[in-house]
Design a protein around this ligand. Structure first.
Ligand SMILES: C[S@@+](CC[C@H](N)C(=O)[O-])C[C@H]1O[C@@H](n2cnc3c(N)ncnc32)[C@H](O)[C@@H]1O
Length: 208
């Protein structure tokens, strides 16, 4: 099958192509490397695993809850991300204490359910992103109108806000992201079978 799909090339040709790839791909990969990443509402840091293998990365983990800091720092160290590359910042998404166009990427998972003002947070995300920077998101959103899930989400929303520190079950966050003025938004929807009330989810990427 190997020879059928990929007929043998001369040895010198394969060696030449491999060495060109080895040289050129390094600079190509470096172009896409995110050096400064901000995670909004980082919580205990479950996403830190995904940053640890990026060289020259600086991660700002932002959360208003200072008690998250020790867990996020421990998660960073456990993931192999030294604390010199990880800084916990106590702040809210509505007022990010970073300069305009100062980060390459912003990450937010399950956080726009909890912020006070979704649109203000998205404007702040755009402000701190460099031109061409990306915003990666996973958010749980309201179920479709008329479904029993939407009914229970509406009934339990006030209780959820109390027990889960301001988390809303009925936000249509996908709409907010699509209408926030990013130059491009790639948004998908997913239903996680074990997520019950906090379902469905929107996930994707927006570009400044
Ligand atoms: C459901 S937790 C998600 C934590 C983490 N992102 C994760 O995926 O596990 C929501 C987080 O948002 C934080 N949060 C609440 N209000 C916020 C705000 N206004 N701005 C930024 N983060 C906020 C909470 O402290 C909490 O850590």
């Amino acid at each position: 099958m190997l020879n059928k799909v990929h007929p043998p090339r001369p040895d010198w040709y394969e060696e030449f192509y491999a060495s060109v790839m080895n040289k050129t791909m390094k600079s190509y990969e470096a172009e896409g490397k995110a050096e400064k990443v901000l995670e909004i509402g980082i919580g205990t840091g479950p996403n830190l695993n995904y940053y640890a293998n990026v060289t020259d990365i600086q991660v700002f983990g932002m959360d208003p809850n200072k008690k998250m800091e020790k867990y996020a720092q421990a998660a960073a160290v456990a993931a192999g991300l030294p604390l010199t590359k990880f800084k916990f910042v106590q702040a809210v998404g509505e007022a990010i204490p970073l300069g305009d166009a100062s980060v390459d990427a912003v990450v937010g998972t399950l956080v726009l359910c909890s912020v006070k003002d979704v649109d203000m947070t998205l404007q702040e995300v755009k402000r701190v992103l460099k031109p061409g920077g990306i915003y990666l998101f996973v958010e749980h959103v309201a179920a479709k109108d008329g479904t029993s899930l939407k009914f229970w989400q509406s009934v339990l929303d006030p209780l959820q806000q109390i027990v889960a520190d301001g988390c809303h079950l009925t936000r249509e966050t996908g709409k907010n992201i699509s209408e926030a003025g990013f130059s491009g938004v790639d948004l998908s929807m997913a239903f996680l079978s074990n997520a019950s009330l906090i379902s469905p989810h929107v996930y994707g990427m927006a570009c400044k």
